[in-house]
Design a protein around this ligand. Structure first.
Ligand code: EPZ
Length: 420
């Protein structure tokens, strides 16, 4: 059975939309619960398939989960050091976080390679080299990674290049390791700061998250506790771009300005009207937006790669030409062909897309190729003339909860169609 979105574009969207908790903060934090002795209770777990897949892996490690709605209790008292097999890891890039957490807890792990969105090779060499630099023995064979950290020692790790996941892996791997570990050339995404906040709330001593150097002073154990994760900045950014396209006093609840400063500054140069409040923002489209002449993705606090497909939709109907460079992933332009089917005028050469703004897009039959490409295509369908069908919505469900219901609640004409 296939599910797709059927969108009748051209509606003006208004009202209030609440942003779910951050997928990319919850995924490492859920993996990190195995470091805690006792019960960990979360109050706002989002209903994303990536989250469900992470919980499936935790169950295989004998973590007991009790959930009702957004409330999730995990009992890690009897967590086991099981081999994490391919059918579990290939659905989820974030499965790699279990490696760092298991090395932190058990000093030993066997895990298959992570899957994830096809936006590039997605290697894990930065993770593995960082583990090795602390004395972890790593053997890769027959599709599995065998790690022995019995001789792991606290020390200094300088990542060969900035990696969100590798930074998070090493934070988890060392928070129960005696001594001080210093991480250099780290990622500074808000999700890194949130992971440190979680670990410290459970009794860890992680300092400097969000800056260039993170210091972890190992503690003997982490206890359980309760926790709530901040709103998803990529979902918030997606709705903000939607508002710039076709919003009329669209209010986004759960918008943290410090998480989307770069996007906000871009949108302030366009025609749209923005009213900022404490933890929400109100945006209205106001005629055709001026193109952003040059834009490139880069690690936080620069423009996030996870909003690149969505901003491409905005630029595809802007007045002028935008040169957009994708610096983070080597294969993150799969949505361009789909947008051009809708009448966009976008040329791609290597990591550069040249977007010549057109007056309007037209409905078409398009295919999501990954989570954020899918979100960008939904935005395109919402402003296009006529009907658009967006296939492969399972990609979108990985990081947007009932996207069609949320969009319908603010006036979109969008339905989820099941095809046997
Ligand atoms: C995280 O992926 C996010 N996923 C991604 O979000 C996000 O796009 C990315 O960070 C960048 O912000 C989660 O947090 C679950 P990286 P991650 O390690 O950790 C290369 C979404 O849509 N690299 O910072 O995998 C890598 O190939 C997803 O929610 C290596 O070469 O990203 C990429 O080119 C998509 N070797 C670059 O570094 C490694 O060992 C940055 O990757 C690791 C990464």
């Amino acid at each position: 059975m296939e599910e797709l979105f059927l969108i009748n574009g051209g509606k003006i969207l208004s009202g209030k939309v609440n942003v779910e908790a951050s997928k990319n903060a919850y995924l490492p934090i859920l993996a990190g619960t195995i470091l805690c002795d006792g019960e960990v209770i979360f109050h706002n777990v989002p209903n994303f398939t990536d989250i469900h897949n992470m919980c499936e892996i935790l169950k295989r490690l004998n973590v007991k989960l009790f959930s009702s709605g957004e409330f999730l209790k995990l009992d890690t008292t009897n967590v086991k050091n099981e081999k994490i097999t391919h059918e579990l890891t290939n659905k989820l890039r974030a499965s790699i976080f279990l490696l760092g957490a298991m090395l932190g807890k058990f000093r030993q792990a066997v895990i298959s390679y992570p899957g994830g969105c096809n936006i590039g090779q997605r290697p894990i060499d930065i993770h593995l080299n960082a583990f090795k630099s602390l004395g972890v023995k790593v053997i890769e064979k027959h599709g599995y990674i065998y790690c022995n950290a019995s001789n792991m020692k606290a020390g200094k790790v300088t990542f060969s290049s900035v990696s969100v996941g590798a930074t998070e892996s090493l934070m988890m791997c060392t928070c129960l390791l005696k001594g001080r570990t210093t991480l250099c050339n780290v990622a500074k995404e808000p999700e890194i700061v949130e992971l440190a906040r979680f670990l410290n709330a459970m009794g860890a001593d992680v300092q400097g998250a969000g800056t260039d150097v993170i210091e972890i002073n190992g503690v003997p154990k982490l206890q359980g506790g309760t926790f709530k994760v901040f709103p998803d900045r990529i979902i918030a950014g997606t709705y903000l771009i939607l508002g710039a396209l076709c919003g009329q006093k669209l209010q986004i609840n759960g918008f943290k300005k410090e998480h989307n400063e770069y996007l906000l500054n871009i949108l302030k140069e366009t025609a749209c009207e923005i009213v900022e409040k404490n933890d929400n923002i109100i945006i209205s489209a106001n005629g055709r937006n001026k193109a952003c002449r040059f834009l490139e993705t880069a690690p936080f606090p620069n423009f996030p790669t996870d909003l690149q497909p969505q901003i491409m939709t905005l630029e595809s109907v802007a007045n002028g030409t935008c040169v957009l460079k994708e610096n983070v992933f080597e294969n993150r332009f799969n949505h361009v062909m789909e947008l051009n089917k809708m009448g966009a005028d976008i040329l791609v050469k290597d990591r550069i897309a040249v977007i010549s703004g057109v007056e309007k897009l037209y409905g078409a039959d398009v295919f999501a190729t990954d989570l954020r490409a899918g979100a960008g295509l939904v935005l395109a369908g919402l402003i296009a003339d006529g009907y658009t069908t967006v296939h492969n919505v399972h990609f979108i469900d990985r990081g947007y909860e009932k996207f069609e219901e949320k969009l319908s609640s603010i006036g979109a004409d969008i339905k989820r169609i099941k095809i046997e």
